[in-house]
Design a protein around this ligand. Sequence first.
Ligand SMILES: Cc1cc2nc3c(=O)[nH]c(=O)nc-3n(C[C@H](O)[C@H](O)[C@H](O)COP(=O)(O)OP(=O)(O)OC[C@H]3O[C@@H](n4cnc5c(N)ncnc54)[C@H](O)[C@@H]3O)c2cc1C
Length: 443
Amino acid sequence: MATSQDHAVVLGAGMSGLFTARVLADHFRRVTVVERDASGTDGPRRGIPQGRHPHGLLLRASDLFDSLFPGIVAECAEHGAVRASVLTQHRVYIHGHQLKQTEIGRETVLLSRPLLEHRVAERVRALPNVSVRRGWEAMDPVTAAGGRVTGVIVGRSGASEREDLPADLVVDATGRSGRAQAWLRALGYPEPAEQRMHVAVSYATRLYDLPPDALGNDRLVSVGAEPGRPLGLAFVARENQQWSLTVYGYGPDRPTGDPERFAAVVEQLAPEYLLKVLPRATGVGDIHVMQYPAQVRRRYDSLDRFPDGFLVTGDAMCSVNPIYGSGMTSAAAQARVLDEQLRGGVQGLWRRYFRAAARVTAPAWWFATLGDAPLTGAGPRLPGASLGAAYLRRLAKVAESDAETSAALMRVAGMDRPPASLFRPRLLARAMRGGRTPDVMRP
Ligand SMILES: Cc1cc2nc3c(=O)[nH]c(=O)nc-3n(C[C@H](O)[C@H](O)[C@H](O)COP(=O)(O)OP(=O)(O)OC[C@H]3O[C@@H](n4cnc5c(N)ncnc54)[C@H](O)[C@@H]3O)c2cc1C
């Protein structure tokens, strides 16, 4: 323990709040997590509408999660999570090209969000110096002279009861619509500049009963959207012999909860071998729809004034289109960064933390905004976006038959390698030579 601080408060018990609490438990005598939802973690809950949509751990996530909670990935698997070898058990189509199925010695873990959150929340609950207050909402910061945040006022959700929680550090992990910007405004601090890309994505998901080996060896099918056809599909195994079927779309021509529209999009996108299997699957419950308006990255790392005693993490700092599946990996990486920076003490913590956190969120932001740039009419013009997007498209074409290119794409998508690794000479040469055949419009 490098700091000798007394009390830290984490706002929000989503994945980033739980990761943050785990890390702070090593640096503070007591940690309190304040969560607005009163309900437990073992089922869908109001504050996590994404809980009804498929969740998976990217390549890099397993190592990060295990470093925070040793054995957590195996524990999830014991409770039914599906481990899928990359890329032999994934069938991934990018721009109409199926990436060559090749063994790269890594795996993804496929499971429902409630299963993952519940296992992680139980680990946090077992930490002797952490307490989680569910059914309490962060209201306002408490500050001292000089602007330092010295605590937070919390209120019982839906009631008038209020309480002051004094704290040496308050961390906002309340998600993409978090409180931090309003608080900064109220306290007279500058707000961070925002990078924003409007994507207007809708997700429609339905669960199906189907054995995990229904598609032979495959445990995940992903058909990405492409320019001219901004619709995509994912069919993902999970616990309890179930699969999630998600269709998503950018802009106005979006999937809805209407079963006929849902079926029509599935019919349009699903590869033949999946269409043959789907009649054997039994639909469970309704189609759940979620809108995701914009990818947002708040540049706290560029601020020159910010209150001591306060930090922001997770989706509240950087929220990328969920179809890239990087949110929880990013959140865990930010928690690791916080741990490292706390080892250097609390002096100047916010500046060091935000700079380091911006570095770990940058690759996911790069990949998701470059991937979405050709699919959205709106959003900022990214420097080099059309060139970068064309290069990714070319790599996808080469990856159809080239195992090395296929593996390289999956490793970058999985945050296991930096984006720069896609520009190494061998891949550049292959992209220049290959990919000259016409685009395939349907898998
Ligand atoms: C459809 C969808 C699918 C996704 N799939 C994946 C995936 O496969 N893989 C992946 O890595 N990521 C995925 N994500 C993203 C991932 O869920 C998040 O990026 C990640 O969990 C980090 O979120 P967070 O904890 O920062 O915020 P959130 O998940 O939004 O959690 C915020 C928490 O704060 C609480 N809260 C809000 N306001 C207050 C308040 N005032 N006081 C107290 N508590 C408050 C909320 O109730 C909630 O519990 C997906 C997201 C969506 C939308």
